[in-house]
Design a protein around this ligand. Structure first.
Ligand SMILES: Cc1cc2nc3c(=O)[nH]c(=O)nc-3n(C[C@H](O)[C@H](O)[C@H](O)COP(=O)(O)OP(=O)(O)OC[C@H]3O[C@@H](n4cnc5c(N)ncnc54)[C@H](O)[C@@H]3O)c2cc1C
Length: 385
């Protein structure tokens, strides 16, 4: 049984089905309508540490490349590469140092000149001829809606079951005789399973609380003022056919192509929360469109078509939380930021972890037990990283 049909839960469900398990995937909503729907969905290990976490994300990049050919990747996999521009002295120094570090770790990353940048991305307007420009050819983005559609279709083709709405909404979790997990759903059903994997994204602490293990999954709270968890996501269009084809990051804007002839935009300096009034969201979205017009060609006719506040499932120490919950070992959780980057690889590790035999050594650093008895230090990510 897998709770949550976002990119992570749908990937886990597919891996478990491939391992020969009979899988039921539950979601209170339609599959893919949680955080995954609005994610920047940049597949990268561009600025992630420490080294083992970088390696985990790097493996995530490779895992999507491996999965794409067998899962209609043309519909959702975009190995477009990423261009990053730095314009301030400190930004240039940080970018150059990062390139050195990443290249030393075997991660495709190099500095390029303006001519090469123009060749790679003809839509780019170079804001500053002295900008330092970096090229990350191995990075990609995913279109999560068609991806999750295909994961769910694959699951059902293998005999899996998908329950959504009230039959999929989990309102009770406990262990029956012999520690057999039991799930109660909003339509009154009680389901039993050999294993329950909870991939409920930002809702995971609430589900852990249902299981009596409330404090074992500390996420950055999204409802406190100044929290780094909520972010503004903006989609603009139409974009002309000469529009950008790659991920682009500047100090003011992060953008990538989106389906339907749109661009997906984010920025690091847009303080919003779930209570930000619509008028303010629209003002900020207009500001993002203006910044994008200064960064790329092809937006003459563009307007804002969506401005959405979206919440990152952000573990308190920024590292994934994966494994059985202390005090409720019958419940296995997987919650992470960078879930789009990580889902293809992490789901493979989780399926191996649940199979008979030794637990996955690669997951040892990410077990929920690491938070036991510690005062949790809350940190936060840069945009989309
Ligand atoms: C603005 C923004 C930008 C981001 N950029 C990137 C990026 O560039 N690259 C990257 O790798 N990551 C990025 N992330 C993070 C990434 O999007 C998430 O880590 C990932 O989408 C999480 O997927 P998930 O499947 O765990 O959660 P979700 O997609 O949220 O899925 C969880 C599901 O659980 C369901 N659920 C919740 N409670 C219940 C219940 N009681 N019963 C049944 N179902 C339930 C929900 O309905 C939902 O469908 C970004 C996030 C945000 C917000």
């Amino acid at each position: 049984m897998v709770i949550g049909a976002g990119v992570l839960g749908a990937s886990v469900a597919v891996r478990l089905a491939r391992a020969g398990m009979q899988v039921t995937l539950l979601d209170q909503d339609e599959p893919g309508h949680g955080t995954s729907r609005w994610s920047f969905a940049w597949v990268n290990s561009n600025d992630k540490g420490p080294r083992p976490y970088h390696d985990l994300n790097h493996a995530g990049i490779r895992a999507w490349a491996e999965l794409a050919p067998g899962l209609d990747g043309a519909a959702w996999y975009r190995p477009a590469g990423n261009l990053e521009l730095a314009t301030s002295d400190s930004g240039r120094a940080e970018l150059s140092a990062r390139i050195d570090r990443l290249a030393g770790w075997g991660y495709p990353a190099r500095l390029i000149d303006a001519a090469e940048a123009a060749e790679l991305e003809p839509a780019l307007l170079l804001p500053d001829p002295a900008a330092t420009i970096a090229w990350f050819p191995g990075e990609a983005y995913l279109l999560t809606e068609p991806l999750i559609e295909r994961l769910v279709a694959y699951l059902t083709s293998q005999g899996g079951t998908v329950l959504t709405g009230e039959p999929g909404r989990v309102i009770g979790l406990n262990a029956g005789p012999g520690d057999t997990p039991r799930i109660r759903t909003a339509d009154g059903a009680v389901l039993e399973a050999d294993e329950v994997v909870c991939c409920a994204g930002r809702w995971t602490p609430g589900l852990a609380a249902l299981a009596g293990a409330a404090d074992t999954v500390p996420l950055v709270p999204w409802d406190t003022p100044g929290s780094p968890a909520p972010a503004l996501v903006v989609r603009v269009g139409p974009v002309t056919p000469q529009g950008p084809v790659r991920l682009i990051h500047t100090p003011q804007i992060a953008l990538r192509p989106h389906s339907g002839g749109l661009l997906h935009l984010e920025a690091p300096d847009m303080p919003v929360d779930l209570n930000t009034p619509e008028a303010e969201l629209n003002r900020l979205a207009g500001e993002l469109l203006n910044r994008t017009r200064r960064t790329v060609r092809s937006l003459d006719q563009a307007r804002v078509v969506a401005a959405q506040v979206c919440v990152r499932p952000l573990p308190a120490d920024e590292q994934s939380i994966v494994g059985r919950l202390p005090g409720a070992e019958w419940l296995y959780v997987a919650v992470t930021h960078s879930g789009v980057t990580l889902a293809a690889h992490l789901s493979r590790l989780i399926a191996a972890d649940l199979a008979p035999g030794a637990p996955s050594a690669e997951l040892a650093a990410y077990r929920p037990g690491r938070f036991a008895g510690t005062a949790v230090q809350i940190t936060g990510p840069a945009t989309g990283r």
